[in-house]
Each structure stands twice: as structure tokens, then as C-alpha cells.
Design a protein around this ligand. Structure first.
Ligand SMILES: Cc1ncc(C[n+]2csc(CCOP(=O)(O)OP(=O)(O)O)c2C)c(N)n1
Ligand SMILES: [Mg+2]
Length: 575
């Protein structure tokens, strides 16, 4: 046995977790890490993916996690590199996405507190509010135990990003290989569960068996747990509908017989009228309308069974009738097994057909708008053409203000990890890096992104990354020359006094071409589908710069509801 650098111990621990990639930008302090990847990491299955901004690296690590279930890893050098990671880490934190955030740090003897080093930064305090856990590896001997603890923290309870700060002297320090315990994950963290208390499972089964109109509401925890099949089996047994939170689309196929689209009238009615709701892995936050009336039923009439891996999430926002600590997939399976032993399968609840009919009528309005042949392209036309063009297993990324709202209306999602967006964080700018990472992680699946022109430009530097990695994605930029969503707010609330919302005309297609992409500007609605075909046929990453009807983009559906989520309780004076 020989000597190992601190950086080598780190890489060996990441290899145990099958981390596959470190996304980031190199620097002087990370030299030990990148060189270890070059010398043996790559050969053994861990590569370095360079981005052109650390924010993009964090979004890519988040995407890796969503698509593989394993925490993505991102890296920034001390000071600026660490600070640049923040937006992407924030998004993962808000959405409970497990991730390992690595930052390099100046020498232990001149940090905490820093006293004048270049790039000096208190990175522990920087990341504390946007990670679950944050630690400095202050000695070579602590590297393996702290990496292992980081994974344990990221993956247990409510999952989320964790942060390790790596001083450069520790990374280059050497120790005896025999003194370090590089272990397989099962030796230092749970690899499944937790399993629910059988008595609570029995009570849940009884409540569901006696319900008039049960409903299953699947959140991000159900998505992460891979609960799809179990949820559908339970719904079949109960003959009941299933709907998801807007951030857990794909937890069940949206065309499954029991599925009601999250934002659709059917799904909303079911949420309001169900007498027992089984909530799976969901915090019941603002986008869930806090699980309170008028959207949900009042607590006296609607019982809630809430299942979560995080005890602090149970009953956080809505009082529960039964709180169960447990993994969504295992708990749903246990409830079904308990039901099969005590009750008969139920025929389909008659309400489901009514909800489906309401959903169909609601959707029809948008389908009609999407057929619009007007010279100015309606945003829904773009969404519909793209959703129709790409196959069922495509991954759809969306990033934009009103563009994101439109995209949710006419895309249908059929499997976990197929709808990537900022969710509860509202974080703009992740679209391009997420699409690149999705293609890197799932090269067999078509990946397309529908982005607003505003948010697309927030990480436009990654155009080069896509070419370098050979990730042939299709990027559709909905070009209204504006921060449309904010302009819409100024339209409605500020008497059309527009400020800080209008752009000049930019040829996004030519920017993409300059980076080696296929690019095309689309101004005729009839040309959207042929342009998508040319994009795919180009054999390159491809960008369609679609000039959309800027007036139409100011009036997305249910805009007042969305604004109501942000400005709840606020009265805006009229001038
Ligand atoms: C990083 C970030 N900055 C600002 C905002 C506030 N914001 C919400 S929507 C929006 C406009 C987005 O414009 P665009 O991407 O062009 O989409 P559009 O609304 O025009 O369809 C802005 C600035 C945000 N959500 N995220
Ligand atoms: Mg815009």
C-alpha cells in the first residue's frame, strides 16, 4: 500500500457512490482533484465535465440527480467559483434534490477567518442557508468520513444538497492508504426505506377502504422513490383518481386511466371533493395551494393521510389525520397489501369519468388556441408542435416565465424525469444546462427545451458546452423580445407602465450557429414542425428562434392564480 493525496481519497469515495461526473470549472486550488480524475478517475468511471459558468454546473448536477437518483456533484474553486454555484444550489435545495457541492478553500492556516487571502470567502456561511449540511474537511484523515457523512445527509430525511469545503493543503496532504476506510455505501448510510409502522399502514388502509372518494396526490417524494407502478396498482384497487403536484409531473403517466392532470379542472375538482387524500412525499406548499380551501377540501370534511421520509414535513402546512414516516414506494405497496387482505377491489369511482370530462373540456380551449394560424405565432402553437413532434420518451425542459406556464398546459409527461423545470424555486436560467445534462445522462432519449428569450440568455454561454459534449438537444426559444411574465404583471397591475422588460431584437439562431449549432429563425406557424425536423436532421445541437405573438404571451392561462401565489395578501394600489 502506498500514499494517497486528500484529493485522491475524495475521488475514490465518489467512485464508491458511482458519481460518474463532477460538473464544474477548474482552478488552482482544485488542481489535485482534476489531476486525480485525469490519472485514474476517468479510467474508473468518474469524469470531469467543464461548464462555462458554475451556475450551469450546479444545474447539471441537479439534473443528474433527478435522472439517475444518485446525487450529482458540482465543483467551484475558492471564492468566485463557489459564489457562482449559488443559483443552481438554491434551486436544488428548494426542490429537495440531493446533491454534493464541492468548493475548494484556501489553506487551513489562513481561512476561517480569512485575513486577506485572494479569493478569501467564508463558504460555510455562504452555503448554510441553501444546503442541508455544510462542513470543512480540516484534516486529511477526515476526508473519507466526511464525504460519507455528506452522502448520508444528502439522501436521508428530506433529501437536498450538502456542501463540503476542501482546503487546498488538505487536498495535497498525503497519508497512508491503509489508514483510510473507503467503503461501499451500504456500510455508511441506509440504501432503502424507511419502512412505515405497520399499525399506521393498517389504519391508512382502513381509511381508504371506507372513503367515498379517495384520491392519491403524488409529490416529489413519490417521483424520487420510483413509486409509479405501486401508485397505479393502489389506484386500480381503489378505483380512484391520482394527481400529482406540478413539480412531480411524470410520477405516473399523464395518460394513465386514473391520472388527472395536476393543473387541470378535473384534478382541481378531485382535490376539492375527495374525502380522503393520500399525500405522498409532498410538502404541500404554495404551488399545492397549501392544501387548504378553497382549492382543497376543508379539514372537517377531507381527511389527509400524509406519507413522507422527513418527519418535519408531516403536518407542516396542513393538519393531518394520519402522519406516516416512510418511503413513498414501500408505504404505498404496504397499504395495498393490507387492503388486499381486508377489502375487495373497488370498481372505478363514477366521479373519475366526470373529472376526466371536465379535464377534456378544459384542455380543448388550449388545443383550439394551439391551432391558431395567425401570422404571429401563438405560444401554445409552439408548445403543441414540439410536444407532438417528439416521442413519448422525450425529456422536456422548460425555462421561462409565461413560456413555462404555456408549456405545462400542452405537454404531457409519461415517466419520471421527463419534465425538468425550476419548480418551487422559480429560478430562471437553468434550461440550457439542464437540457445538456439530460442528454449527457440519457443519450438514448430525445431532449428538447422550450425557453423564454429572457431566461435562455441567463446561461447562453453553455452553447459551447453542448457542442463540446456532442449533446444534440433541440432548444426552442420563444422570442417575444421581453421578460413577458413581468411585462404581463405591469400590464395588469401598473397601467401598462412598462419598465425593465423589453429587449432589442437578437438573432438567437445566429448566436447558436456561431457556437457550432444548427440555427434557424421561425416566423411562420406552418414552419415549426418542418424546422423541428431540420433541427433533428442536422445532427448537431439545434436552436429554433421562434418569433411569437408578444401580445398573446402577456395573457397565459390562469395568470391571476399564479400572481395570487406570489402576491397573496397584497393589494396593489391603482394610479
Ligand atoms: C433568476 C431569476 N431572475 C428573475 C426572475 C423573475 N422573473 C420571473 S419570470 C421573468 C421573465 C422571464 O422572461 P422569459 O424567459 O423571456 O419568458 P416569458 O415570460 O417572456 O415567456 C422574470 C424576470 C426569476 N424568476 N428568476
Ligand atoms: Mg420572453
Amino acid at each position: 500500500m502506498g500514499k494517497l493525496l486528500g484529493a485522491e481519497v475524495l475521488i475514490k469515495c465518489l467512485l464508491q457512490e458511482n458519481a460518474q461526473f463532477i460538473f464544474g470549472i477548474p482552478g488552482a486550488q482544485p488542481l489535485g482533484i482534476t489531476d486525480a480524475i485525469h490519472r485514474f478517475g476517468r479510467r474508473e468511471g468518474l469524469d470531469f465535465i467543464m461548464t462555462r459558468h458554475e451556475q450551469a454546473a450546479a444545474h447539471m448536477a441537479d439534473t443528474f440527480s433527478r435522472l439517475t437518483g444518485r446525487p450529482g456533484v458540482c465543483l467551484g474553486t475558492v471564492g468566485p467559483g463557489a459564489v457562482d454555484l449559488v443559483p443552481g444550489v438554491y434551486e436544488a435545495f428548494v426542490n429537495s434534490i440531493p446533491m454534493l457541492v464541492l468548493t475548494c478553500q484556501n489553506q487551513t492556516w489562513r481561512s476561517y477567518p480569512d485575513h486577506g487571502s485572494t479569493q478569501g470567502c467564508n463558504q460555510l456561511d455562504l452555503f448554510r442557508p441553501i444546503t442541508k449540511w455544510s462542513a470543512v474537511v480540516s484534516h486529511w484523515s477526515r476526508m473519507a468520513p466526511l464525504v460519507q457523512e455528506a452522502y448520508r445527509m444528502a439522501l436521508t430525511g428530506r433529501p437536498g444538497p450538502v456542501h463540503l469545503d476542501l482546503p487546498v493543503d488538505v487536498l495535497f496532504d498525503q497519508g497512508e492508504e491503509e489508514e483510510v476506510r473507503i467503503l461501499p455505501p451500504a456500510r455508511y448510510r441506509p440504501v432503502s426505506g424507511p419502512n412505515a409502522d405497520p399499525e399506521l399502514v393498517r389504519q391508512a388502509a382502513e381509511m381508504l377502504a371506507h372513503a367515498q372518494m379517495p384520491l392519491i396526490y403524488a409529490g416529489g417524494g413519490a417521483l424520487r422513490a420510483g413509486a409509479s407502478q405501486e401508485v397505479l396498482r393502489l389506484a386500480e384497487f381503489l378505483g380512484c383518481p391520482v394527481t400529482t403536484s406540478v413539480t412531480a409531473r411524470g410520477a405516473i403517466p399523464e395518460d394513465a386511466p386514473q391520472s388527472l392532470i395536476s393543473i387541470g379542472f378535473g384534478g382541481l375538482a378531485a382535490r376539492n371533493q375527495a374525502d380522503v387524500v393520500l399525500v405522498l412525499g409532498c410538502r404541500l406548499g404554495a404551488f399545492d395551494m397549501w392544501a387548504k380551501p378553497p382549492v382543497w377540501g376543508p379539514p372537517d370534511h377531507q381527511k389527509i393521510i400524509q406519507v413522507d421520509t422527513a418527519p418535519e414535513t408531516l403536518a407542516e402546512n396542513r393538519e393531518t389525520d394520519l402522519a406516516i414516516l416512510g418511503d413513498a414506494r414501500a408505504t404505498v405497496r404496504d397499504i395495498r397489501v393490507a387492503l388486499e387482505g381486508t377489502a375487495e377491489p373497488r370498481s372505478e369511482n363514477p366521479a373519475l369519468a366526470q373529472y376526466k370530462a371536465a379535464q377534456g373540456a378544459w384542455l380543448q380551449n388550449f388545443e383550439n388556441l394551439a391551432k391558431s394560424e395567425g401570422a404571429a405565432i401563438h405560444p401554445l402553437r409552439v408548445v403543441k408542435e414540439a410536444a407532438t413532434f417528439f416521442p413519448r420518451d422525450a425529456i422536456c425542459v422548460t425555462d421561462g416565465g409565461n413560456t413555462t406556464i404555456w408549456t405545462h398546459y400542452l405537454t404531457r409527461i409519461y415517466e419520471p424525469g421527463s419534465c425538468l423545470w425550476s419548480g418551487d424555486s422559480g429560478m430562471g436560467g437553468g434550461g440550457l444546462p439542464k437540457a445538456i445534462a439530460a442528454k449527457l445522462v440519457c443519450p438514448q432519449r430525445p431532449v428538447y427545451a422550450i425557453c423564454g428569450d429572457g431566461f435562455f440568455m441567463m446561461n447562453v454561454q453553455e452553447l459551447e458546452t453542448a457542442v463540446r459534449l456532442g449533446t444534440n438537444i433541440v432548444m426552442v426559444v420563444n422570442n417575444d423580445r421581453a421578460y413577458g411574465m413581468i411585462k404581463a404583471g405591469q400590464d395588469g397591475a401598473c397601467g401598462q407602465r412598462y419598465i425593465g422588460v423589453d429587449f432589442t431584437d437578437v438573432r438567437y439562431d445566429r448566436m447558436a450557429e456561431a457556437a457550432g449549432w444548427y440555427g434557424e429563425r421561425v416566423e411562420d406557424p406552418q414552419q415549426i414542425a418542418p424546422a423541428l425536423q431540420r433541427a433533428v436532421d442536422s445532427g448537431k445541437p439545434a436552436l429554433l428562434d421562434v418569433i411569437i405573438d408578444e401580445r398573446a404571451n402577456l395573457t397565459p392561462p390562469d395568470f391571476a392564480t399564479v400572481v395570487g401565489v406570489w402576491l397573496e395578501g397584497i393589494t396593489i394600489p391603482q394610479y
